[in-house]
Design a protein around this ligand. Structure first.
Ligand SMILES: [Zn+2]
Length: 425
């Protein structure tokens, strides 16, 4: 049992309100959250006096390709097509399980030192990816990434395998995108989704050319096309959702689907700005993701939250658009629900002990008028004091507790990067 006391706590059960008190963990779960307890305390393994610092449910990175850390700052400031086809795809073809393991270990260090407690990830070599998360103690949900020509049985087998892999690993079916799928694959996926009664996920309407291409191919937008095939009959959602028209938003709202916004990636690749203001007014549910480190280049939810808010204000010429509390809720609680991690969405008794402690003894966190605004508009990953997943402290005051020395993880990532890039660098 761990006791975090003398704390400010933002449980996010329904909003961003804060109270003073304490939180206990027992095993992987929260066993108490409430006002300070003076008497009858149980025996704790560790008691941490937080000195007034803030406890929040951890950030959930609701869209990532974590192992793409190897492409960080490898090929930036290029047009989208040449970046993707000349730089990214040829190197991805050479990836090995060993490399994905090393690059994922690196991503996890970045996640936990920035208060991120789970990721929703789509990538290759999923066994190595899952193992890197298990070895680090990090929580992840893998999204299937089938493309035209892939057998549906891959997704059916992965669903069984990864959902049986223990508490930290999950799997949801998906395809990479409409434009890399064909109708046979999508119809097969729809059958699988119905058989499993499972949510379905994919990249959706990230760029204008993707939507234009879908209209040419199928006479309608990706959202309406996928919906017409029954793929969203059991929920799910889309990554990016930048180029949504009103009827796409209505489908998402009516079916309770989640839009995962990735503002840094969308801005850096000049893809556009997702209509978050319209999502909110139409009732589209929202989560936040970083996308992969090749297109971002940081795995930093503070930056995503800031960009989501300010870009929306700019896009709508409305300083009141996209308030900080909405994005903070989307980044912590919304992401958990989107990924099917309902037990990680808030700080309450019986929920998973997945949380981050924010150091308020920093100049950018003072004064304390409104902590949600402080976090979104002034906060940085350097404000993260501690990150806990399933009751285990993985990061505290600059130190990592992930079963390996961070210097070794950096060296392995460098070694595997050199092997992959070879003479291309
Ligand atoms: Zn992506």
């Amino acid at each position: 049992m761990i006791r975090l006391h003398n704390a400010r706590i933002m449980p996010m059960s329904s909003d961003c309100s804060v109270f003073e008190g304490e939180l206990w963990t027992d095993g992987g779960k929260i066993s108490y959250v409430g006002p300070a307890v003076k008497e009858g305390l149980p025996q704790f393994e560790r008691e941490i006096d937080l000195g007034g610092d803030l406890v929040i449910p951890g950030f959930k990175n609701a869209h990532a390709h974590s192992a793409m850390t190897f492409l960080r700052s490898f090929a930036d400031d290029l047009p989208l097509q040449s970046w993707l086809f000349d730089k990214v795809f040829p190197l991805e073809d050479r990836l090995t399980p060993e490399a994905v393991y090393a690059f994922t270990r690196l991503a996890v260090l970045e996640y936990i030192s920035g208060g991120i407690t789970a990721s929703f990830d789509m990538y290759f070599h999923r066994d190595a990816y899952a193992q890197a998360n298990i070895d680090s103690g990090f929580r992840t949900v893998i999204c299937g990434a089938l493309s035209a020509g892939d057998k549906i049985s891959i997704a059916a087998d992965d669903y069984k395998k990864y959902n049986a892999m223990g508490e930290l690993i999950g799997y949801l079916p998906g395809v990479h995108a409409e434009y890399t799928a064909d109708e046979a694959l999508l119809r097969g996926m729809s059958e699988l989704v119905h058989e499993l009664k499972s949510p379905f996920w994919t990249h959706n309407s990230e760029t204008k050319s993707e939507v234009d291409g879908c209209i040419e191919r199928h006479g309608t937008t990706p959202t309406k096309y996928l919906d017409s095939l029954g793929l969203f009959d059991y929920g799910g959602g889309g990554y990016h959702c930048v180029w949504f028209d009103e009827s796409d938003m209505d489908i998402f709202a009516k079916r309770g689907l989640w839009a995962v916004t990735c503002p840094a990636s969308n801005a850096k690749l000049a893809s556009g700005t997702a209509p978050l203001g319209h999502f909110a007014s139409r009732g589209v549910k929202l989560a936040v993701g970083t996308d992969g480190p090749a297109s971002n280049n940081a795995l930093d939810m503070f930056r995503e939250m800031y960009l989501a808010c300010v870009l929306q204000k700019l896009a709508l010429s409305d300083a009141a658009a996209c308030p900080a509390e909405n994005i903070l809720m989307a980044a912590c609680s919304g992401g958990a629900k989107a990924m099917g991690l309902e037990n990680c969405d808030s700080l309450a008794v019986g929920k998973a002990a997945d949380l981050a402690v924010i150091n308020l003894h920093r100049p950018n966190m003072r004064p304390i008028h409104d902590l949600a605004k402080n976090l979104v508009y002034a906060g940085t990953r350097d404000n993260v004091r501690l990150t806990m997943i399933a009751g285990r402290i993985l990061y505290e005051n600059g130190e990592f507790f992930v079963g390996d020395d961070p210097e070794h993880i950096y060296a392995e990532a460098e070694r595997c990067t050199k092997e992959l890039i070879g003479n291309d660098a």
